[in-house]
Design a protein around this ligand. Sequence first.
Ligand code: PYC
Length: 310
Amino acid sequence: MRVIDSHTGGEPTRVILDGGPDLGGGSLAERAARLATEHKDLYRAIMLEPRGQPAMVGAFVVDPVDPNCAVGVIYFDAAAVIGMCGHGTIGLAVTLHRTGLLPLGTHMIETPAGRVRVTLHDGHTVTVENIESRLVRRDVTLDVAQLGLVTGDLAYGGNWFFIVDPSPLPLEPDNIPALTEAAKMVRAAAWAQNICGEKGEAVDHVIFQAPSPVAGVLSRNFTLCPDDAYDRSPCGTGSSARLACLAARGGLPPETEIIQESIIGSQYRLSYRPGPQGGVLPSITGAAFITAESRLFFQEGDPFVGGIHA
Ligand code: PYC
């Protein structure tokens, strides 16, 4: 299996260029559902140690349905297949450019969540115009183990987010283990209290927000992903959901650029345009760097062929 690894703001992406499973035909959502149900052992083996690393997101490149799209892509982490991935799309564009498959300029990419537009400004810097994102339920109060009552917004940005602002703990790197535990408890409370999307979609990511102490940076976030790793980047789909919340609350006019940073200080430039369904069309600009090009092996007799699950 031929893969290229990159990171976007510190968050790793592994693009699988060939050797992936046959996901059959149909829409990307149908193929993603097949990946989730029929190939779970394989995608976990690609993400988990010893082949993968914590926080890594995988990207299977597939044929798009829409002929106007340059490629199709299905994203996953070590725990779940996800609808869209902002940092992964920046990493994918940089990776495909590096391999000669995507020239500088603007291209459409098909994902299970819908079509996104990417603009490759140079070999590293990419703007992603994400699917329409929306605030679904505002000011939801959860009764969270050990934290008590926590209020946040349920929002969609290609994945399902519960966004807590202000964060229950200071957003400092030293607090990452405590933030991870707190976010897991918030997610468990959202599940237990049936806080979900209109079609019953479960909250798959939790975000804690706070103002940034850095001059010129509006906010800092901490994002918990489905595999319990935290997003090293400011999370593209989470930033999209956040933009939808800011817009719905009248906190940010359209086409106004803000900078959001992650818990480790990596940054995205963000803005939005009003969307046709009442949400926002987010724009996310960030940079990715290639870290490795390799071939993965799954050898017979390897006791950890499926990855380390501990
Ligand atoms: O950037 O959208 C994102 C993302 C989702 C999970 C990890 N990163």
